[in-house]
Design a protein around this ligand. Structure first.
Ligand code: HDD
Length: 693
């Protein structure tokens, strides 16, 4: 039954009351809300209708504008690298390359250039998790005084394929399978490995992707690589080849696979949160920029072709020269406007730097501009604030969707003589391509110098520590165990025989193959190169707590002094400390004071931390022994090879787990030993906690 209508003004006032109260809570000064046309809005909570319970009116332009805008909020996500996190910062040159290039950003020592850097996973959608086994994108937009320079790299210095022509196939193979729509953000499935088993050139990159590089601990702890050879060109027109490397100040560090898997559930935003929190806390992530410089003559003597993106140049062959640093010190104000709308293109280059003939790079020069047109919907995407150069820019490009500029005058062409402020070319400062001489027959050719697919895969594998080799074997067994087709599993193992026979045997045994499959014919002899320790992670891990997090599990009655001393020691070593308690409100410690928790035990497993301390009351183990989250807290910390500090209460809980302690399980009173242990991982523990192939 329809109730008797109140007077419209009274009814409207009552219904708005709720919203107004909530607004009052927010405080601050509030600009008047308007429509997109600037018309002030009196009520943004209720649509326009006839009577209290009557139909809504089509006339309601405020409702229609709001819903229409909402309906169009999403833009197409990136076909690859859809899931990403980014930050603003600066690049500062510390050593001049003026003998090699005229690019101002590489010649003016001390000059700071603003940057926007986006890290990403490759295979998953925008809403996928941060910690799958995957390559990480490392894209840097440098807003130089001579235009934007985009260095669009990865955390791995080589790539799966040699020719851009194969990129759509690679991506179709790794993305979720088209008939079933899964798996999301994972390479562990038939179509990916089918493609790989038929693409021998991918095996060097496969070694990297199966290594711990693909499961980083933090985006602050990954390296970045421009991958391709580029050219630097100096004032006298001389060209030198260059490879770009970003080196994290915190050192390289990875998770263990089981940890990455559990993180995907416990905190899908683990890397994004880590980057955000470190920047908000003023612990600004920092990288050094290094270059490998080499001439055409040197390159001719390399036992591989540097134009082949499946090859790296060992640092032992061409050492790295550090020339600058990048610091990320500001989180974006708005995720969509900046992180989503940023448009990277390897073709965004500045005078003094040029491309090489790498066929993968050549194809990329087309692909990115094209994809931005479809993603952002207009050739004016460069006018979006995040994409616009910070130096003046002007030309005769005009009009198009969403044009923001209002150019003045009659002249939108050149040559022209009618307007004295029309933009003109600048022969002295303008970009010039290096005049490399090219000749040869036209054809769909793969150079013979690209034929060696296994030597550098072997170099990578044999350069690893034994722990890392075991992780590669473990990853291959895991991935291939998810492959349903037997002949694909066998074919992959066949390729491994060219890389390292022992690796092939370990993986075959891990898959319970009846016999070792035959190796396919290699197109070129497989070379043994001297090992390159620079390719390791464990060898390059810094023993430090800087940028790391220590978790302390407490309950009511935990000893306040022990908690305080562990916290003090960890913070003094540069770590962030987080307290975990059964309830988020905290725990009342032995001194009668309440210690507020940063996380509730059930929602804050030890995978969030680099090392843990468990400090419990005398009856703490009794209270927590039936709490799966408490037992897992210790079991996982142990299984993930972390240092564990225990007081008597913690020790009692550790005994409930049934684990056998080792030298990484340390008395909480011995803070010195705990801090030393917390600076690394106990890799020697690993064979005791999982079967390594
Ligand atoms: Fe790519 C995005 C890195 C080969 C086509 N790529 C993209 C991003 C990174 C890379 C970091 C994300 C940029 C961002 O944060 O917005 N891509 C690489 C590296 C490669 C590579 C290091 C090899 C050395 N890519 C590659 C090839 C092609 C593409 C060979 C096509 C022929 N890549 C794209 C793309 C994307 C992209 C489809 C998707 C979204 C975008 O460009 O903006 O155009």
């Amino acid at each position: 039954m329809v109730s008797k209508a109140k007077s419209p003004s009274k009814a409207a006032k009552e219904e708005r009351g709720n919203g107004d109260e909530l607004h009052q809570l927010a405080g601050g000064s509030h600009p008047p809300m308007t429509t997109d046309q600037g018309t002030p809005i009196s009520d943004d909570q209720n649509s326009l209708r006839v009577g209290q319970r009557g139909p809504t009116l089509l006339e309601d332009f405020i409702l229609r504008e709001k819903i229409t805008h909402f309906d169009h909020e999403r833009i197409p996500e990136r076909i690859v690298h859809a899931r990403g996190s980014a930050a603003h910062g600066f690049f500062e040159l510390t050593a001049s390359l003026k003998n090699y290039t005229t690019a101002r950003i590489l010649t003016e020592v001390g000059e700071k250039t603003p940057v926007f850097t986006r890290f990403s996973t490759v295979a998953g959608g925008a809403g996928s998790v941060d910690t799958p086994r995957d390559v990480r994108g490392f894209a840097v937009k440098l807003y130089t005084k001579e235009g934007n320079w985009d260095l669009v790299g990865n955390n791995i210095p080589v790539f799966f394929i040699q020719d851009a022509m194969k990129f759509p196939d690679l991506v179709h193979a790794v993305k979720m399978e088209p008939d079933r729509g899964f798996p999301q953000a994972a390479s562990a499935h038939d179509t990916f490995w089918d493609f790989i088993s038929l693409t021998p050139e991918a095996f060097h990159m496969i070694m990297w992707a199966m290594s711990d590089r693909a499961i980083p601990r933090s985006l602050r702890m990954i390296e970045g690589f421009g991958v391709h050879s580029f050219r630097l060109v100096n004032a006298s027109g001389k060209s030198t080849f260059v490879k770009f490397h970003w080196r994290p100040k915190l050192g390289l560090q990875s998770t263990v696979w089981d940890e990455a898997v559990k993180l995907a559930g416990a905190d899908p935003d683990f890397h994004r949160r880590d980057l955000f929190e470190s920047i908000q806390a003023g612990n600004f992530p920092e990288w050094e920029l290094g270059v490998q410089l080499f001439t055409e003559e040197q390159a001719a003597k390399f036992p591989f072709d540097h134009l082949d993106a499946t090859k790296l140049i060992p640092e032992e062959l061409v050492p790295l020269k550090i020339i600058g640093r990048m610091v990320l010190d500001r989180w974006p104000d708005n995720f969509f406007a900046e992180t989503e709308q940023v448009a990277f293109c390897p073709s965004h280059l500045v005078p003094g730097i040029d491309f090489s003939n790498d066929p993968l790079l050549q194809g990329r020069l087309f692909s990115y501009l094209d994809t931005q047109l479809s993603r952002l919907g207009s050739p004016n995407f460069h006018q979006l604030p995040i994409n616009a150069p910070k130096c003046p820019f002007a030309n005769h490009q005009r009009d198009g969707h969403m044009q923001q500029q209002v150019p003045k005058g009659r002249v939108a062409y050149g040559p022209s003589s009618l307007q004295d402020d029309a933009p003109r070319e600048d022969a002295s400062r303008g970009f010039r391509s290096f005049p490399a001489e090219e000749a040869g027959e036209r054809g769909r050719i793969r150079s013979e110098t690209f034929a060696d697919h296994y030597s550098q895969a072997r170099l990578f594998y044999t350069s690893q520590t034994t722990h890392e080799q075991a992780h590669i074997a473990l990853a291959l067994v895991f991935e291939l165990s998810k492959v349903e087709t037997l002949h694909v599993r066998e074919a992959v193992v066949g390729h491994l025989r060219h890389i390292d026979d022992d690796l092939a045997k370990r993986v075959a045994a891990g898959l319970a193959l009846d016999k070792l499959p035959p190796a396919p014919k290699a197109k070129a002899p497989v070379l043994d190169m001297p090992p390159s320790p620079a390719l390791q992670i464990i060898g390059k891990m810094k023993r430090t707590l800087q940028g790391r997090v220590v978790g302390i599990l407490v309950n009511d009655g935990s000893d306040a002094k022990t908690v305080a001393s562990v916290r003090k020691a960890a913070e003094a070593a540069g770590a962030t400390v987080k307290v975990v308690a059964p309830k988020v409100g905290g725990a009342k410690l032995s001194d009668g004071k309440k210690l507020v928790a940063d996380g509730q035990l059930a929602g804050t497993p030890s995978i969030n931390f680099d090392a843990v301390a468990v400090v419990l009351s005398a009856d703490g183990a009794g209270q927590l022994r039936d709490e799966a989250a408490a037992i897992d807290f210790l079991r996982d910390a142990f299984g993930h090879l972390k240092a564990i500090a225990l007081d008597a209460g913690g020790q009692a809980l550790f005994e409930v787990t049934g684990l056998d302690p080792d030298d990484g399980v340390i008395a909480a009173t011995d803070t010195k030993a705990f801090i030393e242990g917390a600076k690394g991982r106990y890799f020697d523990r690993e064979p005791r906690v999982r079967t390594l192939p």
